[in-house]
Design a binder for this molecule. Structure first.
Ligand SMILES: [Zn+2]
Length: 188
């Protein structure tokens, strides 16, 4: 193998290694920053939902400024702003899932006492038991409402949420065990 071929092999190998490294880094950044981020808007003092520009986050270099936001729940009414919350939006604790995880930590299901676990791959999420009796998975709560909902609702596991939803939607099909009568005088 001549020196030119060796150099070409080395270059291809380096490019391949760089490609693998870049892909792994991009995947890690997307996992860390994608989805709803819940911040307190400095202008209003109220929760706002923002999304980070993932394309810029992936291509940013170490030491550069945090990637900007690409969306905010307030922009439709207010117009774009200078993004004073962008640093807060990058904090791990600002993701909606992190908020719910912190809320559910060391708590158990209000109904069954079971563990509060998430199975996002199959679409099973921790649910909120609202004061009015309605239950809903946290992913079905509008992001701006999430902080208030977490402050006023009780935690429920996914199974109990399904049971409560069925009971609410189809009450005529539900029979409580306490209502069952055991007939012991059946003819023989
Ligand atoms: Zn439960």
């Amino acid at each position: 193998m001549d020196s030119g071929t060796v150099a070409a092999v080395v270059i291809v190998g380096l490019l391949g290694a760089w490609g693998v490294w870049f892909a792994a880094r991009a995947l890690a950044i997307r996992r860390r920053l994608q989805g709803d981020r819940v911040v307190t808007c400095p202008e209003t003092g109220q929760p706002a939902i923002v999304h980070i520009d993932l394309a810029l986050a992936v291509t940013s270099t170490a030491g550069s400024a945090p990637a900007p936001l690409e969306a905010c729940s307030r922009w439709a009414a207010r117009g774009q702003c200078d993004q004073p919350c962008v640093c807060a939006a990058h904090l791990p604790a600002s993701s909606a899932s992190a908020l719910v995880k912190a809320w559910a930590k060391d708590r158990t299901c209000t109904t069954c006492g079971g563990e509060l676990v998430e199975h996002p791959l199959v679409g099973h999420h921790i649910a909120l038991f609202e004061p009015g009796g309605i239950t809903r998975e946290w992913v079905d709560v509008a992001g701006e409402r999430l902080p208030l909902a977490l402050a006023t609702c009780l935690p429920l596991c996914w199974n109990c949420h399904q049971a409560a939803s069925f009971r609410r939607l189809y009450p005529e099909l539900v029979v409580d065990r306490d209502d069952l009568t055991v007939h012991t005088d059946l003819p023989t």
